[in-house]
Design a protein around this ligand. Structure first.
Ligand code: DGL
Length: 261
């Protein structure tokens, strides 16, 4: 069984890529909705949540764990790996490397939570992989919360997104890295805004390929999906159609359950 988790709905973008890449894998998705957003929390708080969820998923029998959250990866993937040396742990980091490799203008931007924007992990990625590219790091407080509310058509959100992104385009940015798994669901808003000037960089499919590489041979493969949330599990079921993921419900073994983690 492959365990995938995030603070809330964002990791569903990664789950859907894994689900498409591995149609026979048994998957469990846990949304830590009682504690979101992670992006405004301290590293210590996020680490405690990641370790608690890791123990919960290990107890469920997960043989691989995917931290489907850039913020949690930056704050705690090392601690999670140390606590479970026998379980492959896949994290999600902003796609600085593919953005820097493909930019023509030499200017890229990463949109991220406040926590990720300030993290040592992002600074390291930029140092190691941005090469000569200029990297604009842009914190986007509140965006994940908008997505949790599913108010994706809210004109206020559209105005906020435009206010962050248009100055980047005017500065010559031609690659926009989605440095938070929630922001994949903003693609319908972002794509028309950047059309002809820049491209989005999302690592969800690369993460799915990494999960495929690390997969152990021993696990059961019945293509089932269990959904869990630490608060309001019914919101997880309700969100799937709005996020264009109704097809995932067909794979799910029943309504989302409350997880006491
Ligand atoms: N989805 C998360 C990420 O990739 C965090 C969003 C939040 O809870 O602030 O960073």
């Amino acid at each position: 069984m492959i365990g995938v988790f995030d603070s809330g709905l964002g990791g569903l973008s990664v789950l859907s890529a894994i689900s498409r890449a591995l149609p026979d894998a048994d998957l469990v998705y846990l949304a830590d909705t009682a504690h979101l957003p992670y992006g405004a929390r301290s590293d210590g708080f996020i680490r405690a949540r990641v370790l608690a969820i890791g123990r919960h998923l290990a107890a469920w029998g997960c043989s691989t764990v995917v931290v489907a959250c850039n913020t949690a990866t930056a704050a705690a993937v090392g601690a999670l790996r140390s606590e479970h040396p026998g379980i492959p742990v896949v994290g999600v980091e902003p796609g600085i490397k593919p953005a820097a490799a493909s930019t023509r203008s030499g200017r890229i931007a990463v949109l991220a939570t406040e926590s990720t924007a300030q993290s040592a992990g992002l600074a390291r990625l930029i140092r190691d992989h941005a090469g000569c590219a200029t990297v604009h790091v842009v914190a986007c407080p509140g965006w994940a919360t908008h997505i949790e509310r599913l108010d994706l058509d809210d004109p206020e959100l559209a105005a906020e997104v435009a206010a962050k992104v248009l100055p980047l385009l005017d500065a010559g940015v031609d690659r926009l890295v989605l440095g938070c798994t929630h922001y994949s669901f903003l693609a319908p808003l972002l794509e028309p805004l950047i059309a002809g000037r820049a491209e989005l960089v999302d690592v969800a499919e690369a993460v799915a390929r990494q999960v495929e590489r690390l997969r152990t041979g021993s696990e059961q493969r019945e293509g089932r999906l269990a959904l869990m949330a630490t608060a309001r599990p019914q919101c997880l079921d309700a969100a799937l159609p709005t996020l264009g993921l109704a097809w995932l419900s067909a794979r799910s073994s029943g309504p989302a359950q409350l997880a006491e983690v």
